[in-house]
Design a protein around this ligand. Structure first.
Ligand code: GLC
Length: 738
C-alpha cells in the first residue's frame, strides 16, 4: 500500500483502534472458546472482548490453517480490515531444531547460522508467521544466568557477526519476499548483565562498559536491517528499559538509527509498576509510550489507558500516531495489506518442515558446534572395541532447548539410535545408569514434562547394572549433563555442577573403568573440574537439536573432526563468575608465575577459567607459527599485515579457527587485555600448511574514549594470532596518526 494510503488509513482510525494496534495477545484468545477466555485469562489481564477485536498482533500461535482462519475472522471484524501480525519465539529453528545459539557461537561460522535461520524462516513463514522474536543479542559473562544459552557468548565482535548473520537469515534483503520473516533483536538492553546471574535482576553497568560491550551486537543487528527490537525486563541507570526515554529515544533511535517497531517484552510495561517506577498502569502507559514503545505484549495497559490519556491531553496523539504508523508500515513491508496470509500454506508446511535438506543442515551445524575440551587419545573411538554407552542422555530425545517451543523432541535422533546404525551390536551396550535429575531437584512452576522421579532402590539398581556393564567394556561413553529445562528463561543456578545424581554414577563408573568419554549436554558453562580430571575425553555438545544423535556419533567415530571453539569461558568454579577473557588488567595484575601476595587474585583458586574463550581441540594437531608483521608502524593509510603459517602436524584432516587478538597497551581509558578482532577457519590435510594473513587497520583500534568520542589513539599495540584467547605470543606495533 502506498505511504499516502497508509497515512489516510491512520487518519481514519479512532483512538480505540489506534490503541488496539498497539496491543498484542496470545493466539489462544482467538482459538479457544471466547467465553472461557473472557472469564479466564482475559479477565485476569483486564482484556475485554473489544480488545480482542482490536488487537494488532498475536504471539505464541502457529500453523498455516489456524492462522489463516484467525486472520480471516479477525479482518472481517476489524473496522478497517487491518491484518494481524503473527509473532513467535523461533529462537534456533521452527520444526527442524538447530543447535542452541551458544552452541552456534561455538562454530565461529556466522554464515552457517545465517543458513540455519534462513531455513527456520522458511518453516516459520509457511506456518503462517511474520515475525521471529530472535536473535537475542545480549552479551553474557555469568553462567549462573540460564539465558546464556540464547546468546552467542562473551565477545562483542563475535556476537555482532552472529547477530547480523542471523538477522539476514530471517529477513534476507526484503521481508516482503517469500519465506522471509521479520527479525526482532532482543532484549534491549543489557539484560545479560543481571546482577548475580539472577534472571530479571537489576543490571549495574557503567555507561562505558554498557556501550563498549553490551550495545555492540544490537547495533550490528540494527545495521543488518532488523525490523523489530524488544525491550528488556531490567533497569538501565535505575530506570526500567521499557519506560526509559534516554535508552529508547536517545540511544536506540537517535544514536543507533533504529526506525522499526519497538515491542515490550512479556508484560514488561505493566511490570514497571512492580519495579517501583510507574505509580500505576496509566502512568506506565504514559511513560512507555513517551519512551517510544509501540506494542504492549500481553497486558491491557495500553488498550485500557491510551485513548483516555490522549483525550485528557496527557500524551499527544501525534506520539500515538508515530507508534501506530510504525506498526502499519511493518505490516505493509510484509505485504499483508495485499496478501494477509503471506506464505501460510498447509501443503508447503508438510513438504518443508523437517525436510531432509533442513535435517542435513541441522546435523552439519551440530557437528561444527561441538567443542572437544579434552582428549587423551581415546577419541575417535576404536570401532573394534567393546563400548558401553552409559548415561541419562544415551536414550534421551530431549536434546532441544527450553526455547525450542515450536519443535518436538520426539523428532530428535537419540545417541543410541545413531550409534546402532554404525556400531556392532554384539560389542555395544546402552544404559541410562541414572535418572537425569535427583529427586531433590525441583523444577518449580514448569509446565513442560519434568523428569520422572526414581525410587532410591531403582536408582541403586541402575548404578549396579551400569557398573557391571562398565566392567565388561573397553571404553565407556557417558552422555550426561544438565536437563534441558535447567537452562533458558527463569532458570538461574547458583551452583554450576552436572546434576549430583549423575556425578555419583560417573564416580562409580570411574572406579571400575578409566577409559571414559564424557559427552556433555548443557545450556551453560559448568564446573567441569572433576569430570576433566577423571575422564579421558570430554566432548561439549550443548543442546544440539533435532539431529543431535547423528552429529554426536559422527564426531565420536571420527567421521567429523570437531572444530568448535568456546564462545564463553568455562569457569574454574562458580565463585569465579562473571569471568571473560576480555577483562581489564587492574593495577596489580596477577601474571602467570607470579608468587606475590598483593596482586589481583584469589587465594584459593586460579584467576584463569578452566577452559578459556576461543579454546577447542581437534583430532589432529595444528601448529601456528609466531606472528610476522610487515611493519612495526600502522598509519591511517597504511595498514599492517600480520601473517602466520598454520600447519596440520597430525594424522587427520581438520579445521582450526585462527584468531586475531589485539591489545591497546595504554589509552585514555583502560582497555581490555585482549580483544578478538578477526578470525579465520582453516581446513588442512595432514602435513598441509597455509599462510594466513590478517589486515590490521585503524578502525579495529577504535573505542569509546575518555572524552566520550569513538576513535583510535596513537601508541603501542600488541597482536596475537592463536588457536584460543589464552595461547600464543604477541608481537607489537605502533599506531601513528598521520
Ligand atoms: C519472554 C522472553 C522473550 C520472549 C517473550 C515472548 O518473557 O523474555 O525473550 O520473546 O517473552 O515469548
Amino acid at each position: 500500500m502506498e505511504k499516502e494510503k497508509l497515512k489516510q488509513l491512520l487518519e481514519d482510525m479512532s483512538l480505540e483502534e489506534k490503541a488496539g494496534q498497539m496491543l498484542q495477545l496470545m493466539g489462544a484468545f482467538y482459538q479457544d472458546d471466547v467465553e472461557g477466555i473472557l472469564t479466564g485469562p482475559a479477565r485476569e489481564l483486564g482484556v475485554k472482548a473489544e480488545d480482542i477485536r482490536m488487537a494488532g498482533s498475536i504471539l505464541g500461535t502457529y500453523g498455516a490453517d489456524a492462522l489463516k482462519k484467525i486472520q480471516k475472522e479477525y479482518m472481517e471484524r476489524q473496522p478497517h480490515h487491518i491484518p494481524l501480525l503473527f509473532m513467535m519465539d523461533v529462537i534456533h529453528g521452527m520444526k527442524t531444531i538447530f543447535p542452541m545459539p551458544l552452541a552456534q557461537g561455538a562454530t565461529f561460522e556466522p554464515e552457517l547460522s545465517r543458513k540455519c535461520n534462513e531455513a527456520a524462516a522458511k518453516e516459520a513463514a509457511v506456518s503462517g508467521l511474520h515475525v521471529a522474536f530472535s536473535p537475542m543479542a545480549d552479551l553474557v559473562r555469568d553462567a549462573r544466568w540460564g539465558r546464556v544459552m540464547e546468546s552467542t557468548g562473551e565477545d562483542p565482535y563475535l556476537n555482532s557477526l552472529f547477530t547480523a548473520a542471523e538477522v539476514k537469515g530471517f529477513q534476507g534483503e526484503d521481508i516482503g519476499e517469500p519465506y522471509r520473516v521479520c527479525a526482532c533483536i532482543k532484549h534491549f538492553a543489557g539484560y545479560g548483565g543481571a546482577v548475580a546471574g539472577r534472571d530479571y535482576n537489576t543490571v549495574e553497568l557503567c555507561e562505558h562498559t554498557f556501550r563498549e560491550f553490551y550495545l555492540k551486537a544490537y547495533q550490528a543487528g540494527i545495521d543488518a536491517g532488523a525490523g523489530m527490537v524488544m525491550t528488556s525486563f531490567n533497569t538501565v541507570n535505575g530506570v526500567p528499559a521499557t519506560t526509559n526515554r534516554w535508552l529508547m529515544r536517545d540511544v536506540l533511535r537517535e544514536e543507533m538509527g533504529f526506525e522499526g517497531v519497538l515491542i515490550s517484552d512479556f508484560s514488561a510495561i505493566l511490570e514497571t509498576v512492580a519495579h517501583g517506577y510507574s505509580e500505576n498502569e496509566a502512568k506506565a502507559a504514559e511513560y512507555a509510550l513517551n519512551a517510544g514503545v509501540d506494542i504492549d505484549m500481553m497486558t491491557s495497559v495500553y488498550s485500557a489507558n491510551l485513548a483516555q490519556l490522549v483525550r485528557e491531553g496527557i500524551v499527544e496523539e501525534a506520539v500515538l500516531d508515530e507508534g501506530v504508523m510504525r506498526i502499519l508500515e511493518l505490516k505493509n513491508r510484509l505485504g499483508l495489506f495485499e496478501n494477509p496470509y503471506k506464505d501460510a500454506d498447509g501443503e508447503k508446511e508438510k513438504e518443508i518442515l523437517l525436510c531432509e535438506e533442513h535435517r542435513k543442515l541441522a546435523r552439519e551445524a551440530a557437528g561444527k558446534s561441538f567443542v572437544l575440551l579434552k582428549n587423551d587419545g581415546i577419541l575417535p573411538l576404536d570401532m573394534e572395541k567393546k563400548i558401553a554407552f552409559i548415561g541419562p542422555y544415551t536414550d534421551c530425545r530431549e536434546m532441544i532447548s527450553s526455547w525450542a517451543i515450536t519443535g518436538d523432541s520426539g523428532d530428535c535422533v537419540t545417541i543410541r539410535e545413531a550409534a546402532e546404525e554404525v556400531f556392532d551390536s554384539s560389542r555395544t551396550v546402552y544404559l541410562a545408569g541414572s535418572p537425569m535429575l535427583g529427586n531433590a531437584c525441583e523444577l518449580i512452576g514448569f509446565t513442560e514434562k519434568v523428569p520422572e522421579k526414581v525410587t532410591e532402590e531403582d536408582r541403586q539398581r541402575m548404578i549396579r547394572e551400569a557398573v557391571e556393564a562398565a566392567k565388561g567394556a573397553e571404553v565407556v561413553v557417558m552422555p550426561m549433563g544438565e536437563h534441558y529445562l535447567q537452562s533458558g528463561e527463569a532458570t538461574s543456578r547458583a551452583m554450576l555442577e552436572v546434576p549430583e545424581v549423575q556425578m555419583e554414577l560417573f564416580r562409580e563408573i570411574a572406579r571400575v573403568n578409566e577409559n571414559i568419554v564424557v559427552v556433555l549436554f548443557n545450556g551453560r558453562p559448568l564446573d567441569l573440574r572433576e569430570i576433566s580430571r577423571k575422564a579421558k575425553a570430554v566432548l561439549e555438545v550443548w543442546l544440539p537439536g533435532t539431529e543431535g544423535g547423528h552429529a554426536i556419533v559422527d564426531v565420536l567415530t571420527g567421521k567429523v573432526n570437531p572444530s568448535g571453539k568456546l564462545p564463553m569461558s568455562f569457569p574454574y568454579c562458580v565463585g569465579q563468575v562473571p569471568v571473560s577473557y576480555n577483562e581489564y588488567s587492574t593495577g596489580r595484575p596477577n601474571l602467570p608465575g607470579m608468587k606475590e601476595r598483593f596482586k589481583s587474585k584469589y587465594i584459593d583458586i586460579p584467576n584463569a577459567p578452566l577452559y578459556p574463550f576461543g579454546y577447542g581441540l581437534s583430532y589432529t594437531e595444528f601448529e601456528v607459527s609466531p606472528v610476522e608483521l610487515n611493519s612495526k608502524e600502522l598509519k591511517d593509510d597504511k595498514p599492517v599485515t600480520a601473517k602466520v603459517t598454520v600447519r596440520n602436524t597430525g594424522k587427520a584432516a581438520g579445521t582450526e579457527v585462527v584468531q586475531l587478538y589485539l591489545q591497546d597497551v595504554s589509552a585514555s581509558v583502560v582497555r581490555p587485555v585482549k580483544e578478538l578482532k578477526s578470525f579465520e577457519k582453516v581446513s588442512l590435510a595432514p602435513g598441509e600448511s597455509r599462510e594466513v594473513f590478517f589486515t590490521i587497520e585503524e578502525p579495529m583500534l577504535r573505542f569509546l574514549r575518555a572524552d566520550g568520542t569513538v576513535g583510535s589513539e596513537e601508541g603501542e599495540f600488541r597482536v596475537w594470532i592463536a588457536d584460543s584467547s589464552a595461547s600464543g605470543d604477541y608481537q607489537n606495533f605502533f599506531y601513528v596518526k598521520q
